[in-house]
Design a protein around this ligand. Sequence first.
Ligand code: CIR
Length: 282
Amino acid sequence: MAEAMSPMVERTVPRVLMCAPTFFEVSYVINPWMTHHVHDTTPERSGHQWDALRETVAQHADVVLQPPAESLPDMTFAANAGLVFRNTFVPSRFRFAERRDEEAHDRAWFVRHGFDIVDLPGGVFFEGAGDALFDRGASRRLWMGHGHRSDREAAPALAQMLGVEVLPLQLTDPRFYHLDTCFCPLAGGYTVYFPSAFDEASLGVIETYVSPDKRIAVEEADALAFACNAVNLGKIVILNRASADLRLRLENAGFVVIEVALDEFMKSGGAAKCLTLRLDEL
Ligand SMILES: NC(=O)NCCC[C@H](N)C(=O)O
């Protein structure tokens, strides 16, 4: 029987999925961050950092736990399970074989929790909320990154399947291989992003849709510290690290910045946002 989740019920407290890093390690290389870190993580350190993130998120949201699976070290990056919109779950189709066995676990979890599963057309790669981020301003538009992991073809398909406007953004820097590594929509329509990770046309799209007073462009040092990979829960912004300048800009926009060290996960190319998946996208 489906476990009761009531995903359609209007909630005031955000609901966030996380998956413990029990089996997390760097055992293969599918992005530049992983290159020098094969077998360079410890369960103690990743467990400790993940617990700190879970406890921080739990102060501002209901945390729902997905059981991890053995031999799937990247499953802890819950954002990549798929995309949630209302009661619909669009499962990821991973580009690299190393992550494809996660798909069955994620699908089963979302079926079990009462979501409607809607699949992308065959052969289209799509890495879920790693590459698809809802605007948090007045609009429900979806920003979608492509060029490294997800295919551009996923954008019109998602628009049709979900009935939302989808804005594709071309990613150009292999270090910022998922949209959530270099772009973060915040409450009120503010947007943190690293301009150099996008092609010119995509920067033009961002500048068309996000007014200058809402754009928070970061320097490379912040981008490399995964400052764009932030969890935004209302006024709260949880991230690995922010420079004094970025913190000030976020505070001036009304946000409260909370740093949680996640360097063990950065060895795999992920941080706060990648380790979470919003389940209430209404
Ligand atoms: N950026 C994300 O959304 N997730 C991080 C995924 C890290 C994993 N090692 C990968 O390369 O797929």
